[in-house]
Design a protein around this ligand. Structure first.
Ligand code: GLU
Length: 466
């Protein structure tokens, strides 16, 4: 079989819908898993919406998701002359015709048809008129769609769909101002780009029938279609803003790792047995069209969070620190100094477990970002009563000679709790408060190891009033 070529063809809307992101991912997985090509075509014929900014949002979204594309980004608008060329070719081959009916005539036709209960599909009186009889007035170019028989859409997800040709009108290809219609542009672009597989939302299924008319008229190969059901919200209704973030950028801002979002989106409407967590490598190996579900997938935030947590945990520290650094622009801490980055890097091992987002990871790393005198949360300050301060004083004395290994620190803390006649937990809470000002942190040993002797002792001293 020839090389697989897929594409994502977003219309610039000002944000990147999660459904578009998933469609892009499916196309990317399908192509990349088969040594194929994956292209981006921006459907920017609506000039009002197609701003530089709106295009950037899409590209940023794809980049963030890690969906690399081949070649240059294609602008549908810029290809208009080619779309016109094909409409002219169809005209020349008598597969299309000039229609001089005015919008009012068409409106009248439809109203009369409605009144008499006949089909409202417009039948142009110009379909079979000889060009020698054409007037010198504005016209549109319409395709001559077959009047009998059926148009068959073979869809890898939806199965075979048969549409009677007498239900398809002679759609307009070129408007009276000479501009091509969207349906023509899509077919010409897909053909010229060599697209072999059109994987897109099932809201475009009806378009496929009309698009096939153009393929047939041009004698072009029809691509393999896979129309995927849309994503529904947790309540089973169409995903709306109210029910959850619909823009991919929001997930980036909230600190979800791209790998987790990729994993989750791949599972949204496609499955590989019972596998929930998988790597990109596995997804590339497993992804196929056969296992795309026929009914709408339901968005499930808990599952996204679970998978994101798993991906954070399994990302190696070198890659993770880069992702966290990138995320910092969205975090309240903003960018951080190099020495804090180093500390963060050194503590990833004790931060990346049990967090669902980078935002949670940064919260867990609060002990790194604070400086003496450390601001205490109310709950943390409750752990610093007189007895606690006394224990910390003893601990500080012992720590000055410690070798600063985990074993050593554990032994010292156990000794101090013994001397103080308390369980280790009773000692851990004031240490936690002194080192971080918080009550939820990594283990006190991890904090001490990351902070080092001088900073640990300075923080412990600082709450003792030194
Ligand atoms: N521009 C269409 C959209 O954003 C996609 C068209 C297609 O994939 O053929 O939904």
């Amino acid at each position: 079989m020839s090389q697989v070529v897929t594409r994502i063809a977003p219309s610039p809307t000002g944000f990147m819908h999660i459904g578009t992101a998933r469609t892009a991912l499916f196309n990317w997985l399908y192509a990349r898993g088969r040594d194929g090509k994956f292209y981006i075509r921006i459907e920017d014929t609506d000039r009002k919406r197609s701003t530089e900014e709106a295009n950037k949002v899409i590209i940023n979204g794809l980049n963030w998701l890690g969906l690399n594309y081949d070649g240059d980004i294609i602008s549908q608008f810029e290809r208009a002359p080619r779309h016109v060329e094909i409409a002219e070719a169809l005209l020349k081959n008598k597969k299309a015709y000039k229609c001089y009916s005015s919008p009012e005539e068409i409106q009248n036709f439809k109203e009369n048809a409605k009144k008499s209960g006949a089909s409202t599909l417009f039948k142009s009186p110009w379909r079979n008129v000889d060009p020698s009889e054409h007037p010198d007035s504005p016209y549109v170019i319409r395709i001559k769609s077959p009047e009998t028989g059926v148009t068959n859409i073979q869809d890898e997800v939806q199965g075979d769909i048969i549409i009677k040709n007498n239900q398809l009108d002679d759609m307009v290809l070129l408007r009276s101002d000479g501009s091509p219609v969207y349906m023509l542009a899509v077919v010409v672009d897909d053909h010229d780009m060599g697209v072999t597989h059109v994987i897109r939302g099932d809201d475009h299924l009806n378009n496929a029938a009309r698009q096939n008319l153009i393929y047939h008229a041009m004698g072009w190969n029809i691509p393999v279609y896979a129309h995927i059901p849309l994503i529904h919200g947790e309540d089973g209704k169409k995903m709306s803003k109210r029910l959850g973030a619909t823009s991919i950028e929001e997930y980036e801002r909230e600190g979800y790792p791209a790998s987790g979002v990729r994993n989750y989106l791949a599972r949204l409407g496609w499955s590989h047995g019972d596998e929930e967590y998988f790597t990109d490598q596995q997804a590339l190996e497993w992804f196929n069209l056969d296992n795309i579900g026929k009914s709408p997938a339901r968005f499930n935030l808990k599952k996204l969070q679970f998978l994101s947590g798993q991906h954070i945990k399994n990302t190696d520290d070198a890659a993770l620190i880069n992702e966290v650094k990138n995320f910092l622009k969205y975090d309240k801490n903003g960018s951080i100094s190099e020495d804090k980055v180093e500390l963060l890097n050194a503590s990833l091992y004790c931060l990346k477990d049990k967090v669902k987002t980078f935002s949670e990871l940064i919260d867990k790393a609060a002990f790194i970002f604070v400086n003496i005198p450390i601001k205490m949360s109310h709950d943390a300050s409750l752990n610093l009563d007189e007895d606690a301060i006394k224990m910390l004083r003893t601990l500080t004395l012992h720590l000055s000679n410690a070798t600063w290994t985990r074993d050593d620190l554990e032994q010292i803390c156990n000794r101090v709790s013994e001397i103080s006649g308390v369980k280790f937990g009773k000692l851990a809470s004031p240490i936690r408060a002194a080192l971080s000002g918080q009550t939820k942190t990594p283990s006190v040993f991890d904090m001490m190891l990351v902070l080092g002797r001088d900073e640990t002792i300075a923080r412990l001293n600082s709450v003792q009033g030194f």
